[in-house]
Design a binder for this molecule. Structure first.
Ligand SMILES: Cc1cc2nc3c(=O)[nH]c(=O)nc-3n(C[C@H](O)[C@H](O)[C@H](O)COP(=O)(O)OP(=O)(O)OC[C@H]3O[C@@H](n4cnc5c(N)ncnc54)[C@H](O)[C@@H]3O)c2cc1C
Length: 456
């Protein structure tokens, strides 16, 4: 244990995501000392990652240094390090650098990551979207496909089909599909001389009977209609059995794919299993109504890492529950520290309760669906849902600069039909394309050889 009864308690928060940041800000109001540990120095606003992936926004528009978010809270310190283990009996967190941090209370909010259902070798062929690095890698591949097609067309008079295959029809898959369609059909049409970017085909492969499975059936239908209007094909009941460079297999059928993206599976951060408590099949830690794992009232599991059930259903892995869990855990620690159990002793019996305001998924320019549960009930689609989505995301973005930057970039994109961050950084290798058609470097070497060696 870090401290005795009369000294300030030490709280360690692991993770500077939605749950961790909200927990730290709430804890900062208490007379406790807080250390927030994250392996990154910035908080990522994941709901807008796909806009970085599709070149509308830049990484800095949606990420904010954790240190700067918490700078005004003198009792909060930030440590950039990776948590690699726990010593639960001595109440210590073990860090990759070899240090250990003692705690009186621990809030673990290390989030989730992709799951390839045991086929981890698919990851390099079909990147998923979880981090800023993932987003810039997807951006690289999508933009590179158009560049390689332009080059191929110029040199050979034809190019392989610009097929973009997205595995998974949840909110992320739908957002990616709509955004690829938007850039191909709206934002890049005037930029190429040899290819027509609008000929790009976007295909969602979803294994279950419907896309957006967590949404009401009428919104699933609306979402599909809006995707079709954007030219996105949707195949449901389509089980991807293999991912290879340049194509995917749906059972025995080969589907050509210039770029394959993965939006099909999520698993909890491995830290959940490291704790040694029972987890569900995705690795989320099973917690009680106070967000505590069994027999550890000093440990709180929050956000995507927590398996919390209400009315017999697991809470979704989205931002609102994560934020509310972080705040709840901090307030409960406040009660425990102050020994404030309420006049009738009920204070400590107050369980976590998720206040569900609804869900929204954006599909493309002026296209979205919204399942609104607060302040009224309603199912919206199309332009009203899209406007609501824009406003809510601006509101929840952390940082004034980011809000201004995102708002002005969206206004610019909307009015000018131009995206804002169309940069290809890193390698010029595109799995499948380069194997079949050669790298641009190969092509330019070949061209210089053609020029240097007189043809006989
Ligand atoms: C592409 C995408 C789109 C999304 N869109 C929406 C949306 O529109 N609406 C919505 O409500 N939700 C959306 N979500 C879900 C939402 O972002 C998550 O539910 C939310 O981020 C979970 O918050 P969290 O705090 O549990 O974890 P995270 O926000 O993932 O934060 C976890 C933090 O822990 C850190 N960490 C992890 N492991 C370690 C370690 N070992 N040591 C130190 N630090 C560590 C990470 O660096 C990270 O900062 C989306 C998610 C994604 C990926």
């Amino acid at each position: 244990m870090a401290t005795g009864n009369n000294v300030r308690k030490r709280v360690i928060v692991v993770g500077g995501g939605f749950a961790g940041i909200n927990a730290a800000m709430e804890l900062a109001k208490l007379s406790v000392d807080i250390t927030l540990v994250d392996r990154k120095n910035y908080h990522t606003f994941q709901p807008l990652l796909y806009q970085v992936a599709l070149a509308v926004l830049s990484p800095a528009d949606i990420a904010q240094p954790i240190r700067s978010i918490l700078r005004d809270h003198q009792n909060v310190e930030v440590l950039m390090d990776e948590v690699v283990g726990f010593d639960l009996s001595d109440q210590r967190v073990l860090l990759k650098t070899g240090s250990q941090l003692e705690y009186d209370y621990l809030i673990l909010a290390s989030g989730s990551t992709h799951s390839y259902f045991g086929k981890d070798d698919w990851a390099k062929l079909a990147p998923g979207l979880k981090t800023v690095e993932d987003a810039t890698e997807i951006r690289r591949r999508v933009l590179l496909a158009f560049e390689l097609a332009e080059r191929q067309m110029q040199e050979a008079g034809s190019h392989p089909p610009l097929n973009f295959v997205i595995v998974g029809g949840g909110p992320t898959g739908v957002e990616l599909a709509g955004a690829i369609s938007d850039i191909a059909k709206l934002y890049m049409t005037k930029d190429f001389r040899h290819i027509d970017p609008a000929t790009a085909q976007v295909l969602i492969l979803e294994g279950s009977p419907s896309i957006l499975a967590a949404y009401p059936p009428d919104l699933q239908v609306k979402a599909r209609e809006q995707l079709n209007a954007l030219g996105v094909q949707v195949r449901t009941g389509a089980h991807v059995t293999d991912v290879q460079p340049g194509y995917v297999m749906v059972d025995d059928e080969r589907v050509e794919s210039a770029v394959t993206l993965w939006a099909a599976g999520v698993q909890a951060s491995p830290l959940g299993k490291l704790l040694g408590f029972p987890t569900d099949r995705r690795g989320c830690v099973l917690v009680d109504q106070f967000l505590n794992p069994p027999n550890h009232p000093e440990i709180f599991i929050c956000g995507d890492l927590a398996h919390v059930e209400e009315n017999g259903r697991q809470l979704p892995g989205v931002a609102q529950p994560a934020m509310q869990m972080g705040v709840y855990a901090a307030r409960r620690i406040g009660r425990l520290v102050a020994r404030d159990f309420g006049s009738d002793g009920t204070g400590l019996n107050q369980p976590f309760h998720y206040f569900d305001k609804g869900d929204m998924a954006t599909i493309g320019r002026k296209a979205a669906v919204a399942n609104i549960k607060w302040p009224f009930h309603g199912h919206w689609s199309g332009f009203p849902a899209w406007m609501t989505w824009l406003l809510v995301h601006i509101f929840f973005l952390i940082g004034f600069r980011n809000r201004i930057a995102v708002f002005s970039q969206w206004a610019w994109t909307y009015l000018s039909f131009r995206d804002g961050a169309r940069l290809i950084t890193g390698s010029q290798n595109l799995p499948g394309w380069n194997e079949n058609y050669g790298t641009p470097e190969d092509a330019s070497i070949q061209r210089s050889l053609d020029l240097a060696v007189p043809k006989t």
